[in-house]
Structure formats: C-alpha cells, structure tokens
Design a protein around this ligand. Sequence first.
Ligand code: 5GP
Ligand code: ZN
Length: 111
Amino acid sequence: MNDCIFCKIITGEIPSKKVYEDEFIYAFNDIKPEAPVHILVTPKEHITSAAEVDEKNSYLIAKCFEVIAKISGEKGLNGGYRIINNCGHDGGQTVFHLHFHLLGGKVFNDL
Ligand code: 5GP
Ligand code: ZN
C-alpha cells in the first residue's frame, strides 16, 4: 500500500526490537537512541502525523498513552520520563507515521 518504514516494521517486513504489541499499538526501540530508554510508540493504523488526528482515530492516541504508562513502569522509569511527538516538517518529523518518543533513564533539564 505504501512505502512507510513504520508500517513495514509493524508487519515485520523490516526487523525491530519489539517492546510491546497489541491489536492497536506497536512499540519498539529507536534505532538511534537519544537516552538510555528510547522507545517509539505507534498506532498500527497508518496516521501520517498528529495533524491527521480526528474524531475517528483519536482513540488510538489514548491507547498510545495507555501503553506508555504501562511500559514506562516495566522499564523502571519511576522518576518520570519525557514524551515527544514531532509533527510535520517544521516540527522535525522525519518518519511520517505518527509516533510518540518515550525517553527516559536520565534527567531532562532543557525544554
Ligand atoms: P521523528 O524524527 O519522525 O520524530 O522520529 C523518527 C525516529 O525513528 C528517529 O528517532 C529515528 O532514529 C527512528 N527510526 C528511523 N528509522 C528507523 C528504523 O528503521 N528502525 C527503528 N527502530 N527506528 C528508526
Ligand atoms: Zn505507516
């Protein structure tokens, strides 16, 4: 259907280090980690970016946050963590399949 690398990761066509999977969500380690824990949490459905969230697919955003709460506990991020979404070209998005970065295992002081 498309050339989206995250769609290919979700189907297994491109290998990844899976952290979590259910009917709706796939989470895997970022290939270029920016923190001791750097996990990408993404809906299995192809949503291009946060700008494409609407009343039909917004439940998947809630599911992403449920998964983040679950896996952050499993990864021992009890002191907190950072969640990032880069939206669109100006937001620094490089892979155009909506995802949240879960970053942890260090203290973030900057914005
Ligand atoms: P964005 O810049 O779109 O918010 O984030 C894309 C992220 O995907 C980057 O942190 C990048 O390291 C990660 N990434 C890009 N290609 C791959 C890949 O093939 N496998 C994995 N595991 N991560 C990837
Ligand atoms: Zn995709």
